[in-house]
Write a protein of this length. Structure first.
Length: 260
């Protein structure tokens, strides 16, 4: 019996000596380990959360690069508000009059083919004028309409700033214009260029004239208060300017990125 006790004592003494020589307790962590443990746990879970968000963003953007979005969150919200389904039919860009695409680019983002999602020149101009008007690109509007929600708040703006470059990297410019034309609101409960062409002019989007295309583009900033079929004098002037802009970007090849 004494032999076994001596062996146990020797073993315990050896473990304690080994722990002492390494500077660590055999049973308890150091004070620093105990203090830093919550931060290490938080860092680990933050890393996992960021990784999940990256996978979700890449997956969602990649999916809609080849698959057409259905009804967007805003469309569903409008359907609930109106108590009736919204008017929305998807149409490929090949079935839309080229002047329509040029008109919305001229109206909303004339430098669309020249930037990577953010028009820095427009942003600087907007800041100098003290207004955000005109600073949002078509790419940003697509991200807001397809993935996010309406309204102005810093959370949405931050997410928009993160997702927009990903869309620019994974989608072609032509795809961005195609999605934009199919999710934009043109009147109350009327979404997409197909529904808008039928609603206002009774024609297919492939048969839109330059005047009709310009008027549709002119209502985009405020579709619930403007009419492409019965334009006010101010809207008619804006449409005329859009017609000129659409022809300009055709001639100077600023429409090449979504037409070629």
């Amino acid at each position: 019996m004494r032999l076994f006790l001596d062996q146990d004592s020797a073993y315990s003494w050896g473990v304690a000596r080994k722990a002492k020589s390494s500077g660590k307790s055999p049973k308890r962590g150091s004070w620093a380990d105990r203090v830093l443990a919550p931060y290490r746990w938080l860092r680990k879970w933050l890393f996992r959360l960021v990784l999940i968000l990256v996978v979700v963003v890449l997956g969602g953007v990649g999916w809609f690069s080849v698959m057409n979005p259905g009804q967007t969150p805003y469309m569903r919200a409008e359907a609930r508000r109106l108590g009736a389904p919204v008017d929305h039919i998807w149409v490929p860009l090949a079935a839309v009059a080229p002047v329509m695409a040029r008109s919305v680019v001229a109206a909303e983002d004339a430098n669309f083919c020249l930037h990577w999602g953010f028009d820095m020149e427009a942003i600087r101009t907007a800041l100098e004028e003290g207004s955000g008007r005109g600073a949002s690109t078509i790419s940003q509007q697509v991200v807001k309409n397809v993935y996010l929600w309406q309204g102005r708040n810093w959370t949405r703006k931050a997410l928009e700033a993160v997702i927009t470059p990903v869309v620019e990297a994974m989608w072609s410019k032509r795809r961005i214009v195609e999605v934009y034309l199919n999710v934009a609101e043109f009147d109350e409960g009327v979404f997409g260029v197909d529904a808008a062409a039928q609603h206002y002019f009774g024609v297919a989007p492939a048969n839109l004239s330059p005047v009709q295309a310009a008027r549709l583009a002119a209502v985009l900033p405020s579709p619930k208060t403007r009419s492409a079929a019965n334009p006010s004098r101010r809207l008619a002037r804006r449409a005329a300017g859009i017609m000129d802009g659409a022809e300009t970007i055709r001639q100077d090849r600023r429409a090449a990125c979504f037409e070629d």
